[in-house]
Write a protein that binds this ligand. Structure first.
Ligand code: DOR
Length: 449
């Protein structure tokens, strides 16, 4: 006889909008249909979550999966596999692939490539360029697109928009929140002399210094305010940007990465050299502590991994030719759970930063909380499991993590996506059944100006 539900998650502590409750959750046709003391006989599949905590599915809103063009580092299959193994149910992927994702054909190409190969749900950023500014209003509204990304300072790839005039044109045409890599290109070029010959990777935060980030973020806020548009500042790294962004909550949201909350200069460069090199850089401990304070005070809206794999061989090139970026989609949640157990943040804050925050920033439809009508996305964790980050567990094609060998308390035990158990106890289940993330209706083109 046909059952009422496809899946029931029973016996766990469930993180609902009413708080952490002992409850069962039923999923039918991909959506949550009931929460409470439920009859497990009504479900086709029973997931026993006794002793475990059921969180809203973790959404990583900043990953670089390198397909098309750079598949030797990562592709949509391997990147999403890493996500699911790390408890991540959805990812937003960046446009600095080759070719860059700057038109409808490139967006549709990524969506097609993801079909039947992505292990988790996904959306893609449209990259902003001087030449596509007028079309961004349409691109950002295409299905499967999470928004527009601007690189104000050059990083990996060729995407770059740093002239005020071009930024104004982009902001004029965009109506959704724009995600921005905020470093000042002019200052980066001026200061490149510092490291051009014989520079050391430990000088990375000296080249891309605090002023490089602060100048860019101030300029961005001014331009966004003039245009009446909303922005999202990616991977904020400086203590100095925190009060600036806290004073602009009406238009700006803020991301930090687990690596900026975990590592600090100069030790990270002494210990792992260019494997700690990324843009914007890992800085001294005073910045890390300021970012934690911003987490505590609620100023930080989301944690994104900025998963940016490069091969060991590429990383071995002498600085500054060594590429910037480190993998992180699989370690995002383990690191945050470990920090939670160390008293750095509460479970409530962790959930806000990994699911509800993403929903608020990008207007995601049907994800970001455990409530009836929402997608059946759950990240099931053992809050107290003790283990290590091991190389054999890592799925990224790059094959390394800056956190290899790190002891961790708290671990993702299962990843459930729209009612499908995609990972359990470190094993993948079924096939790659990820789908494009849906978004709430955005303002009509030309609105909000
Ligand atoms: O370090 C970085 N690596 N920062 C970025 O902004 C891009 C990323 C990459 O794609 O390698």
């Amino acid at each position: 006889m046909a059952k009422d539900w496809d899946l029931i998650v029973t016996g766990g502590d469930v993180f609902t909008p009413s708080g952490l409750v002992s409850a069962d959750v039923a999923v039918a046709e991909g959506r949550i249909v009931d929460i409470g003391a439920l009859d497990r006989a009504r479900a086709d599949e029973v997931f026993d979550a006794k002793g475990l905590t059921v969180l809203p599915g973790v959404i990583d809103t900043q990953v670089h999966f390198r397909e098309p063009g750079l598949e030797h580092k990562e592709d949509l299959e391997s990147g999403t596999r890493a996500a699911v193994m790390g408890g991540v149910t959805a990812v937003f992927e960046m446009p600095n692939t080759s070719p860059a994702t700057i038109d409808e054909a490139a967006i549709n190409d990524k969506l097609t490539r993801a079909e039947g190969r992505a292990w988790c749900d996904h959306a893609f950023f449209a990259g902003a360029a001087a030449e596509n500014a007028e079309r961004l209003g349409e691109l950002e509204r295409l299905p499967g697109v999470c928004g527009v990304k601007i690189f104000m300072g050059s990083s990996t790839g060729s995407l770059l928009v740093h002239e005020d005039e071009d930024l104004r044109r982009i902001l004029k045409h965009v109506n959704r929140r724009v995600a921005v890599h905020s470093e000042d290109e002019v200052r980066l070029r001026e200061r490149f002399e510092l490291i051009r010959e014989g520079g050391k990777v430990s000088q990375h935060p000296e080249w891309r210094d605090v002023e490089t980030a602060v100048r860019s973020t101030k300029r961005l806020l001014k331009l966004a305010r003039e245009a009446g548009k909303r922005i999202h500042v990616l991977h904020v790294t400086t203590a100095e940007e925190v009060p600036i962004l806290a004073a602009a909550k009406d238009i700006a949201t803020m991301e930090v990465t687990p690596q900026h909350l975990t590592l600090a200069a100069p030790y990270c460069y002494e210990e792992i050299g260019s494997f700690a090199q990324m843009n914007p850089p890992i800085r001294e401990a005073r910045h890390r502590e300021a970012l934690w304070e911003a987490v505590r005070l609620g100023i930080v809206d989301v944690v994104g991994s900025d998963h940016a794999p490069h091969t060991r061989e590429e990383k071995a090139a002498p600085y500054p030719r060594s590429p910037s970026g480190m993998p992180g989609v699989q370690t995002l949640l383990p690191l945050l759970l470990d920090h939670m157990n160390a008293g750095k943040l509460t479970l409530e804050r962790l959930v806000d930063l990994t699911s509800a925050g993403a929903q608020r920033i990008y207007n995601i439809a049907g994800k970001g909380r455990i409530a009836v009508g929402y997608d059946g996305d759950f990240t099931v964790v053992d809050l107290k499991a003790k283990t290590h980050i091991e190389q054999a567990w890592l799925q990224s094609k790059c094959g390394w993590s800056p956190f290899e060998g790190k002891p961790i308390t708290g671990w993702p035990m299962a990843t459930i996506i729209r009612g499908h158990v995609a990972m359990r106890d470190g094993e993948l289940r079924g096939g790659p059944t990820g789908r494009p993330v849906r978004f709430m209706e955005t303002l009509p083109h030309g609105g909000g100006e």
